[in-house]
Design a protein around this ligand. Structure first.
Ligand code: ATR
Length: 328
């Protein structure tokens, strides 16, 4: 069953594909041909919603989508994001630029790399504390008028920022982290989304892999893996403590004959009808598993058991620096 995106009249399959991993983040980047194949297979399996960002792969991620989609544009809904700045040579992050001038510059680059003349959903990737939200959103509203983007979104805004933004233009979607382990949006933003009519696009819905039951105690993320440097939940003793909580998800999967990733996705989708999920995967088999969640039903008792887990999670979802950039 499709779900609406905001109040635009557009509906989508609520299980999309987070594309960040195609250019490497928890894993090595895919070979270009393999990435294209996975994206084409996803379309064939009925996926419509594909999520990327200017900063993923330091702009290379958008180019991967452009290569795969330019000759079948009408079959896909493309979401991308702007704002975070980086040093192209070193990849070092340089804060967020939410100014109208940067919005205009970014959209031109994204359109070119995506090889399209319109972006379906354009998000401010993080709120810029130095630029009034009215300016960032006003700039995106201009792009809607010009036909360069179809819908406006924000990523990880606070409830107050979302309300302010919605006074400037229609905000169709908010993309924030939401999963059995990460329920910050329940402390205000989700309510504000319902008020302003925005959908929630839940990222990291399988907890960056943690909730899929596929991660082993003796395979703690290390080295270049983003989770090793930026996600304390995967560090030190937190990792084993959190994996122990995943046992409950595995038990429920056993009870219904499903996979833990499906339990994780079904839990998020079951919270509210205005939610979409964009699990990230680089593997066709996992993509199939995630899509098959559409048939998974959790009993009220199982939902309650899952509800109890978040309070026991060890470690934050980002380092202190990352936490400063969310809910603002
Ligand atoms: P993000 O939004 O940050 O991409 P996520 O969707 O919660 O986070 O999790 C993505 C991670 O979960 C990836 O490491 C992905 O690994 P693969 O690329 O190897 O698939 C993993 N993942 C996603 N779906 C999975 C599944 N069904 N089974 C096992 N691992 C899965």
């Amino acid at each position: 069953m499709k779900r609406a995106v905001g109040r635009t009249g557009r509906s989508l399959m609520p299980i999309g594909l987070g594309c960040m991993g195609l250019t490497g983040v928890y894993n090595a980047p895919l070979e270009p041909a393999a990435a294209t194949r996975l994206l084409h297979d996803a379309i064939d399996l009925g996926v419509e919603h594909f999520d990327t960002a200017e900063i993923y792969g330091l702009t290379r991620n958008e180019a991967v989508l452009g290569e795969a989609f330019h000759d079948r544009r009408s079959k896909v809904f493309i979401a991308t994001k702007w704002g975070p700045q980086f040093d192209a040579a070193t990849g070092r992050r340089l804060g967020v630029d939410g100014t109208a001038a940067n919005c205009r510059k970014s959209v031109e680059g994204s359109l070119k790399r995506l090889r399209t003349d319109v972006i379906d959903l354009y998000y401010l990737h993080r709120v810029d504390p130095k630029t009034p939200i009215e300016e960032s959103v006003g700039a995106m509203a201009e792009l809607v008028k010009e036909g360069k983007i179809r819908m406006i979104g924000l990523s990880e805004p606070s409830a107050d920022t979302l309300r302010k933004a919605a006074r400037v233009a229609t905000i169709s979607a908010v993309q924030s982290e939401y999963s059995i382990f990460t329920r910050d949006v329940e402390k205000g933003p989700l309510e504000a989304m319902k008020e302003v009519g925005a959908s929630l696009v839940a990222y990291s819905p399988v907890g960056r892999g943690m909730l899929t039951g596929a991660m082993r105690k003796d395979e703690k993320p290390a080295g270049e893996d983003f989770r090793a440097s930026a996600v304390p939940r995967f560090n030190d003793d937190n990792y084993a403590a959190n994996l122990a909580l995943v046992e409950e998800i595995k038990s429920i999967a056993g009870e219904i004959g499903g996979k833990p990733a499906q339990i994780a996705l079904a839990w998020v989708l079951g919270r509210s009808p205005n939610i979409h999920v964009i699990p990230g995967t680089t593997k066709l088999e996992n993509l199939r598993t995630n899509i098959d969640t559409a048939n998974v039903r959790l009993s009220p008792g199982q939902v309650q058991r899952l509800d109890a887990l978040a309070a026991r999670v060890a470690g934050q979802r980002y380092t202190p620096l990352g936490m400063e950039a969310v809910n603002r």
